[in-house]
Write a protein that binds this ligand. Sequence first.
Ligand SMILES: [Fe+2]
Length: 260
Amino acid sequence: MDERLGRRAFLGAAGGGAALLAGCTGSRAPRSADPTAAATPAWWRAQSHGPGQHALKPLPYATDALVLPEAKLRGISAQTVAWHHDRHQAGYVKALNGIELDVEQLSTIAPDSADETFGDLKRRETFNASGVVLHEIYWDRLTPGGAPRSADMNVVGKLAADFGSFERWREEFVGTAGTPSNGWAILALTPHDRRLHNYACSMHELGGVWGAAPLLALDVWEHAYYHDYGPDRAAYIESWFRLVNWPAVEAAFLAAARSL
Ligand SMILES: [Fe+2]
């Protein structure tokens, strides 16, 4: 690539993703009315976008939909959901977009000990990108009132097989989330050993395992529960479990398992 060209200019000069793919495979992109149609899969055309164009994914329910009627297990308040989604998650999206544009517009990339600008941008990019991904999973695996698991779910059977029992998995997951230094507890299917694992992330990007597919993500940053539960993180975790959408976890597990 001509180093004087920015990334976007390069994509434009090269004819977009199709030409980029053709360059990867050593073949020339076929001519057609839509030059990307023959060379790129449908999911790429539908979901891929340029730098700085991430959007805040809307909540799949109203902000007051995660309130539970019980006095002790009272779910997640509308105020917490609104702050969490509209302020915190939106902040990660905005920051990620800004960082991507900043990186794109750097005239030179020459990291050294005297100039941490580029290194700092890349560190903050991974932090905010991971924050966006994890928060989307967090909301998507919850549903108003919760949706129960059933014994015939593949993910339930795999949890029992990998942890000894569902209850043992739950105990380990709760312990992971309850450890004060952890910011997330994440159930993931890891292709390396084809097993389910509970991983602990301190920051969004610290603690992930490459290739592992996150199926369930429990946010235990204080912004997720302090307004509703104060320091009683355990009560929040128990309440959160009541809201889990197990059919959605099953769907995520099946999708991940098919890719193994
Ligand atoms: Fe959060």
